[in-house]
Design a protein around this ligand. Structure first.
Ligand SMILES: *[C@@H]1O[C@H](CO)[C@@H](O)[C@H](O)[C@H]1NC(C)=O
Ligand SMILES: *[C@@H]1O[C@H](CO)[C@@H](O)[C@H](O)[C@H]1NC(C)=O
Ligand SMILES: *[C@@H]1O[C@H](CO)[C@@H](O)[C@H](O)[C@H]1NC(C)=O
Ligand SMILES: *[C@@H]1O[C@H](CO)[C@@H](O)[C@H](O)[C@H]1NC(C)=O
Ligand SMILES: *[C@@H]1O[C@H](CO)[C@@H](O)[C@H](O)[C@H]1NC(C)=O
Ligand SMILES: *[C@@H]1O[C@H](CO)[C@@H](O)[C@H](O)[C@H]1NC(C)=O
Ligand SMILES: *[C@@H]1O[C@H](CO)[C@@H](O)[C@H](O)[C@H]1NC(C)=O
Length: 921
């Protein structure tokens, strides 16, 4: 009874639902039946019968979630893609949403990672990190045809799966942009500020069923860096939202206000930097007195509108009315900081109700439609129901070959012996890029279609069918035709004469009524042609014999020269030839795997994990200690590539680079053998996990100088110059004398080759990654400089590069140190363990250069040579050999003011005697 009452209440209160529901498409993937969700009134349908493949899997521990997450659909790990086809209305805009909840049923410990496509456009990489969290991917599209395909494929770990697929039509001009012919909008962030609970707002509160994440749900929206004095407000009054984007009233009824004059937030934008469409939703929902105003500016991100003053009630022409300013095309970084600050004459602080940020995703060209229609006809005949989606992208159908053109074209169809019955599809005639067509061994009947457009056709197999009619004359005019097989059909009529006269492979026997024609002229022609060909061949043969003899004679003089030349090249060959006992002459050589196994005692002592796999300790028979870097996932490495890289690496020698001793390349194993560094990584020493003894400032400067020299050699001493790409304290190793050597260089190139097809994310380590490189993927030496700047900041401060605890809202050492140094407060960034024994002047010198290194733009950063000079100066100051500087730092104002100190007009305080006298003026 209670349920019935609820149901009646539900339908009474929300009469609009009934008509809306019919337009929505909600698929419960893996679900076993159709049902209506009692919470939303939405009808969910099972994907049974919608998709041929995959299996329905029960989700363990779905945590009492709604029914659509109790089962998911898993697909096989193969080269195919698995697609759902959804009906659409051409030119209508839709919100397409796919969600993923894996649950706790991990059998082998690996969580799935795979690709999601919308037609031929890459939509997202689905990476399950938390199996108990629903992953949501949303795309806003304007349908280009009667249907769209949502495809899953290309798993790198686990197998692809999906929980729900939802299609929501949009109305009017919502989400219309001038770019919509070429770009989809991938929704990255949609936040309801001042939310009343952690629950997201969606249908029926939002009639379009957008999901508005609560700003309280930090796990979902990653909002951090909230300005102090941020208050949450709410109202029950109606808010008029009838503008362009129709945010739900419920979202507009709550908001946040900066009672201390500022609102600021920071959030992660997945897959950014990119061009974005960003909307802010404002409505005045506080009752202001007539002598009160609310005016503010957008302080961050800085754009051309930063100086415009927002006065919500005025802009919206009234309170409780939506104002929705937007950036239709703005470049945003992967970490978006935004802040609003009140103007001086405003009595109230800024207010915000909601935001939505979407990334523009370029629509990829689908396979040419003339090819697709023919393929669909073939697919129906061959009952190849398992090939879905676009025939070429992201993976090809099993029986077609595609060109790399944009849009892709079909170059080959292989449907031999597929039990096909019927006539060859009419649409075939439009496939004008076809090179090979294999339809032999089926039960095709009817006539051979006209193929005059297939000018590229080389190979045509139609034998062993039931084709009748004659061979079309157009086949005779195909200039590229090399192979034509039509035997064992019921063909009749006359063979087009050109086919007989051409030099092609041509089989036509077993066709009872097929004739060669009667014209004697043809025979004569053929005879003449044959004679000509034979004569030509004979002449060619004669000519080439003479040439060959001459060539041999001349070559016999060259051979000795050649061989000398070859062996002096550092080619792979050479390296292998040099294999054998290890030599200290710096040439990397081949070490057989049993030797490595023996040296490492079967890889028993793991000493670390590099960017490319585990590292093991070993000792060679001759007593040399080694570190063996085992390349994880070597199966994908191309041998030739690996060898070229080894050749390159073995040519690089510098005191401050960890020497490559040798390498090992066996079928499934690739290893690099380096000299063992006794004192571990710089990271260990700064973090103080290695030993109790602290590195003093001078030792840190020396290490930095060593590392800088190593990097400078890579940048300027090598040809081609090498960019390290992963400079960090754990890649700076310390030898027995505490001299620093840089490791892991050059390998990045190797890895890049492998990674490009997996992900296009910039390589490097969080915290050290150059934002400019991240933004435009243009790698230069200046990216290493940025990372080295972070290393310098670590050396000064003894802190980690990223840490939410240590740097609060900023979480990065760069922001933290930069703001302090710019304020002239360098003391606050100095490691407390060394502060008592350093000269502030030398700290200043390094802090200054470090801050330059982490400049936003590469061209403002110094070169490695400049950094070395700064380090050498600092070392002199610290040792007291730089008389002027040391005099300056201990007596009165410094005469050697650095750029930064003079800019800030600050003198370095002298704390070398333990007493701290700040002297900022
Ligand atoms: C679920 O609904 C769909 C669409 O209305 C229908 O095609 C399908 O047969 C239904 N499935 C079941 C199990 O009732
Ligand atoms: C809504 O605002 C009122 C004050 O206007 C406040 O007392 C109440 O706690 C707010 N409700 C929530 C859920 O934040
Ligand atoms: C969308 O538009 C149609 C007619 O244009 C209207 O009937 C429907 O109510 C609208 N839906 C919403 C959610 O506004
Ligand atoms: C606005 O006027 C009210 C009285 O109407 C007064 O109490 C208040 O202080 C004034 N506020 C400002 C900012 O002037
Ligand atoms: C603003 O609202 C007032 C009434 O509240 C109305 O008279 C006026 O035309 C509106 N102005 C604009 C530009 O819409
Ligand atoms: C956005 O602006 C940039 C630079 O002005 C332009 O290259 C780009 O095509 C624009 N649109 C999109 C959707 O990226
Ligand atoms: C070819 O065969 C079909 C039936 O298989 C028949 O209808 C048609 O008349 C035949 N054509 C010729 C030219 O023999």
């Amino acid at each position: 009874m209670a349920f019935l009452a609820q149901l009646i209440m539900f339908f009474c209160l929300t009469p609009a639902i009934i008509c809306q529901v019919t337009e929505f498409m909600s698929i419960d993937c893996g679900g076993t039946r159709n049902y209506t969700d009692p919470n939303t009134g939405l009808t969910w349908i099972s994907d049974n019968g919608m998709i041929g493949l995959g299996k329905s899997v029960e989700v363990d521990d779905s945590g009492g979630t709604v029914q659509q997450y109790q089962r998911r659909r898993d697909f096989l790990i193969d080269l195919k893609k698995n697609c759902y086809s959804l009906q659409t209305q051409e030119r209508r805009r839709y919100l397409v949403r796919a969600t993923f909840l894996y649950g706790n049923s991990i059998s082998d410990g690996t969580l799935p990672k795979f690709q999601l496509y919308l037609d031929a456009t890459k939509w997202a990489t689905v990476t399950v990190q938390d199996p108990l969290r629903v992953l949501t991917k949303e795309m806003i599209i304007r349908a280009t045809s009667q249907s769209i395909d949502v495809c899953l494929c290309c798993a790198t770990t686990g197998s692809p799966f999906i929980s729900t697929l939802e299609l929501r039509p949009l109305n009017l001009s919502m989400y219309a942009t001038e770019y919509e012919d070429d770009f989809y909008l991938r929704v990255t962030s949609r936040v309801n500020f001042g939310a009343l609970s952690k629950d997201a707002i969606r249908y029926p509160d939002d009639p379009y069923d957008r999901i508005w994440e609560s700003d309280l749900d930090k796990r979902q929206n990653f909002l951090v860096g909230v300005a102090p004095g941020t208050d949450r407000i709410n109202t029950t009054k109606y808010v008029n939202t009838n503008m362009k984007e129709f945010p739900p009233v419920k979202v507009m009824q709550t908001g946040v206000v900066g009672t201390r004059g500022k609102l600021s937030y920071r959030l992660n934008l997945e897959d950014f930097p990119a061009y974005a469409r960003a909307y802010a939703f404002f409505a005045e929902i506080e009752d202001l007195k007539s002598n009160e105003t609310r005016k503010f500016r957008i302080e961050e991100p800085r754009t051309e509108y930063s100086d415009a003053v927002v006065n919500i009630a005025e802009n919206a022409n009234g309170s409780y009315t939506l104002y929705e300013p937007s950036y239709i095309n703005v470049t945003l970084d992967f970490l978006l900081s935004f802040s609003f600050v009140k103007t001086e004459d405003s009595t109230r602080g800024p207010l915000l109700n909601g935001i939505e940020i979407s990334k523009y995703v370029q629509i990829a060209a689908k396979t040419a439609s003339e090819d697709v229609s023919a393929l669909i006809a073939f697919r129906a005949m061959a009952s190849e129901g398992t090939d879905e989606g676009d025939p070429c992208i992201p993976t090809q159908w099993t029986w077609v070959t595609c060109s790399s053109d944009v849009p892709p074209r079909i170059t080959k169809i292989s449907l031999s012996g597929r039990n096909m019955k019927g006539e060859i599809p009419e649409e075939l005639k439009n496939m004008d890029q076809l090179i090979e067509l294999w339809l032999d061994g089926n039960s095709l009947y009817g006539t051979i279609p006209d193929m005059s457009k297939q000018v590229n056709l080389k190979i045509l197999h139609l034998e062993n069918n039931e084709l009748n009619g004659s061979i079309p004359a157009s086949l005779g005019s195909l200039l590229n035709l090399q192979e034509l097989c039509v035997q064992n059909n019921s063909l009749s009529g006359e063979i087009p004469p050109p086919l007989l006269s051409k030099k092609i492979i041509f089989h036509y026997e077993g066709n009872d009524h097929l004739g060669r024609g009667k014209s004697k002229g043809h025979y004569r022609l053929i005879l003449w042609a044959s004679i000509t060909v034979l004569t030509t061949l004979f002449l060619l043969f004669l000519g080439s014999t003479i040439l060959l003899r001459r060539f041999r004679r001349s070559k016999s003089f060259k051979i000795p020269n050649d061989s000398i030349h070859t062996s002096s090249k550092p080619s792979t060959h050479y390296l292998i030839a040099r294999g054998g006992p290890l030599m200290d002459d710096g040439v990397a050589c081949y070490i057989p795997i049993p030797e490595i196994e023996e040296a490492t005692k079967n890889f028993s002592k793991k000493i670390g994990k590099g960017s490319f796999g585990p590292v093991y300790y070993g000792k060679m028979i001759d007593g040399k200690e080694i570190a063996v870097k085992v390349m994880a996932d070597s199966s994908t490495h191309n041998t030739k590539q690996f060898m070229t890289e080894v050749a390159l690496l073995s040519r690089i020698h510098h005191r401050n680079l960890v020497p490559l001793v040798g390498y090992c390349e066996e079928e499934y194993q690739r290893m690099l053998v380096y000299e063992y560094m006794h004192n571990g990584t710089l990271r260990d020493h700064i973090n103080d996990t290695f030993n109790q003894k602290n590195l003093d400032w001078l030792a840190r400067l020396r290490i930095a100088e060593d590392a800088a020299k190593g990097l400078e050699y890579l940048h300027t001493g090598c040809n081609p110059s090498i960019i390290h790409r992963d400079v960090k304290t754990s890649n700076i190793l310390l030898d027995i004398n505490m001299r620093a050597k840089v490791s892991d260089f050059g390998l990045s190139r190797l890895a890049e080759e492998d990674l490009t097809h997996v992900s296009s994310v910039a390589r490097g380590t969080v915290g050290y990654l150059d934002p400019e490189y991240y933004a435009n993927q243009q790698l230069t030496e200046k990216s290493d400089i940025y990372s080295f700047g972070v290393v310098l900041l670590e050396l000064i401060s003894g802190r980690k590069p990223v840490s939410p605890e240590e740097y609060g809202a900023d979480w990065s050492i760069v922001h933290w140190a930069r703001s302090l140094v710019r304020k002239g407060d360098v003391i606050s960034i100095v490691d407390p363990r060394i502060i008592a024994s350093v000269k502030m002047e030398s700290i200043w010198r390094i802090a200054e250069v470090a801050i330059q290194c982490v400049e936003q733009h590469g061209h403002s950063r110094p070169r490695m040579q400049d950094i070395i000079l700064a380090l050498q100066e600092a070392i002199k100051i610290e040792k007291g050999t730089d008389k002027i500087a040391s005099a300056g730092s201990s007596r009165g104002p410094s005469s050697r003011k650095t750029l930064l100190t003079s800019f800030l007009d600050i003198e370095s305080p002298d704390i070398s005697h333990g007493s701290l006298t700040p002297s900022a003026r």
